[in-house]
Ligand binder design. Structure first.
Ligand code: AGP
Length: 606
């Protein structure tokens, strides 16, 4: 959940570039920030509790010079957000400085052992055992690289680590279970938790595998495994540019990414769906790819879980047995699988630890695995048998928006491919579904042009709680609407299956709890009867429905309209209105929309 960055080059402006990297990484954690720089002598550490702006204040008087440095932005797992617990961490002699993302599960036993050897610890973190262990090995005569390897072999858990040592002009790094990529440009190197961190400086990327150890010096890099044997890793060019990682003139990344959806959806659809012929072309999934698949299990977390729920409804309604599981639950109590089971991991970052461990369980149990992800080269994409990329472009705002829309579209196209291979025939309504999906970019633009979400957010601010309801594939959209609302506004919001209200949640409904009812053109009359139930309790109702749905307009106090379309596409449109509603509600409450408290963009620990 933390963000790490490192830089080595021939010019002594490492700190300037590290600070740019840290700002690009801040969505991964913002409890504290720090960096260490080397300029001839030992690593000099600067760190502060709080956001990167506080670290910049610390450096404001004089930016330290140096060719190589490491940096970190923290999401606390072990020890509260304090200066002491901020990274980088050093050992007793301060010859070694380390930044880390992940969790060292055996840190307590290592601490006890090191304390018995006279080491003293300054922080509560698991990470601090690393520099102390390295010091131990250096003291026994090991070279910095040997000391690094010997230390890494003692660690269990998940980690991406970068290390500076006073007597070396290199940076040493490795990964196991946490992401780490290398950026290269004209002999200068960056190491980071993800590509957007150094996109301002290079689009040349080397993806590392778990167990890789990389040593970078000005003009030179070496990748080996933990035993020291050299391994080959290709350099790839990513088709992202620095603007993608910028706010593009919007107040928040979230608003920018909501407005990017017409473009990101076109990218997701490009060359994949022909509404005239009903043809589906998924680059790595030709016809017959899924012959022999008898059931589909989708595993995911948060927003991706909601997209997965839409995906399994698409499959189920076309005769393919499918179920979506919360990845953290799947990892601890997996359902039966066999080699005719396809397990699809839905994960925009491709690095969510819960989803990775669910996929690893499925893999180990003999299932086929497939990652539906936004990040080429991510761990999920590399560990699964197959990967389908949703092509939404980098998403920086912690609240997932455009990736939900691209996930739903990708899962629908993948779903149709699976339907054909498993049932032997196309879906009856494939042309109209593909036509509706192809209309999504323009329809989303219409909503962005005419939405009155701001007015609705204002009208219902200061409500006691916010409820979202829907049926069928509108139910996951209700869940997603509630998740977005609570994660960025901090208000009490919940999503319910509309039919479930009368079995309990209706007790929560009062005149001060607005109910947002999502209509997708399927079972609307049933959802309308649930609207009448809440109205009878005096609750204001805001319908999210087609602009041609007169019945709904008659009953609702307000309507967030969407262009009329196929029910399998309506959910994406309704969700755009709910994204805007949440954004404006949070804005009215002056919340830190891109960095909501206690959350992080990519949750890399279980
Ligand atoms: C959604 O806004 C949140 N950021 C979070 O729930 C997220 O969807 C979840 O952590 C899954 O992330 P992933 O898609 O990268 O796996």
């Amino acid at each position: 959940m933390c963000g790490i960055i490192a830089r080595v080059g021939e010019t002594d402006d490492a700190v300037d570039e590290l600070l740019v990297g840290l700002e690009n990484l801040e969505y991964r954690g913002y409890d504290s920030a720090g960096l260490a720089v080397k300029n001839g002598s030992g690593p000099t550490v600067f760190k502060r509790e709080g956001q990167i702006s506080r670290l910049k204040d610390l450096l404001a008087d004089e930016v330290p010079a140096g060719e190589l440095g490491i940096g970190h932005t923290r999401w606390s797992t072990h020890g509260p957000p304090t200066d002491e617990n901020a990274h980088p961490h050093t050992g007793c002699s301060e010859r070694v400085a380390v930044v880390h993302n992940g969790i060292i599960e055996n840190y307590e036993s290592l601490r006890t052992e090191l304390r018995q050897r006279g080491h003293e610890f300054e922080s509560d973190t698991d990470t601090e055992v690393i520099p102390h262990l390295v010091e131990e090995h250096l003291a026994s005569g090991a070279t910095p690289e040997e000391a690094f390897r010997m230390t890494v072999r003692r660690l269990s858990g998940s980690y991406a680590v970068a290390m500076l040592v006073d007597e070396s002009d290199a940076i040493y790094a490795t990964r196991s279970g946490s992401p780490l990529v290398v950026g290269v440009r004209d002999g200068k190197y960056f190491l980071a938790s993800d590509v957007p961190a150094f996109l301002d400086f290079t689009d040349e990327v080397i993806y590392l595998d778990d167990g890789d150890v990389v040593v970078v010096r000005p003009g030179k890099h070496e990748i080996t495994n933990l035993e020291g044997r050299s391994v080959e890793r290709q350099t790839k060019t990513v088709d992202w540019n620095p603007e993608d990682a910028g706010k593009g003139g919007y107040d928040h990344y979230m608003l920018k990414e909501i407005h990017e959806q017409p473009t990101s959806l076109r990218q997701t659809l490009r060359g994949r769906a022909d509404p005239v012929t009903g043809d589906i072309t998924l680059e790595d999934f030709p016809s017959g790819t899924f012959d022999g698949v008898r059931r589909v299990q989708l595993v995911a977390c948060g927003t991706s879980y909601h997209a997965g729920l839409v995906g399994n409804q698409f499959l189920g309604s076309r005769g393919v047995p499918a179920q979506t599981f919360l990845a953290s639950e799947y990892a601890v109590s997996p359902p039966p699988v066999d080699d005719s089971t396809l397990v699809v991991g839905v994960t925009q970052s491709g690095e969510t630890a819960d989803t990775l461990s669910a996929l690893r369980r499925a893999n180990a149990a003999g299932a086929r695995t497939l990652a539906v992800t936004n990040v080429v080269g991510s761990t999920a994409a590399r560990e699964c048998d197959d990967a389908l990329f949703i092509r939404a472009g980098p998403e920086i705002g912690v609240a997932a928006t455009k990736t939900f829309s691209s996930q739903v579209v990708s899962l629908s196209l993948l779903g149709e491919r699976i339907v054909r291979d498993t049932t032997g025939h196309r879906s009856d309504d494939v042309e109209s579904v593909l036509s509706a999906l192809s209309d999504l970019p323009d329809n989303v633009q219409r909503i962005l042009d005419y939405t009155k979400a701001h007015r609705i957010a204002k009208r219902y601010r200061d409500s006691e709680a916010y409820f979202f309801i829907g049926r069928g594939s509108a139910f996951p959209v209700a869940l997603e609407g509630a998740l977005k609302f609570k994660e960025i506004s901090y208000e009490h919001a919940e999503g319910f299956a509309a039919g479930e209200l009368k079995h309990g949640p209706l007790a929560l409904v009062t005149p001060t709890t607005p109910v947002f009812a999502v209509f997708n053109g399927r079972n609307d009359e049933k959802t309308l009867s649930n609207v009448k139930e809440v109205e009878a309790r005096g609750a204001p109702v805001v319908a999210v429905a087609s602009d041609e749905n007169e019945a709904v307009a008659q009953y609702a106090d307000d309507v967030l309209t969407i262009p009329d379309t196929h029910p399998d596409a309506a959910g994406v449109l309704a969700n755009v209105q709910l994204q805007l509603l949440s954004y404006h509600a949070a804005e009215l409450l002056d919340r830190p929309i891109d960095k909501p408290r206690n959350l992080a963009k990519s949750v890399t620990v279980e």
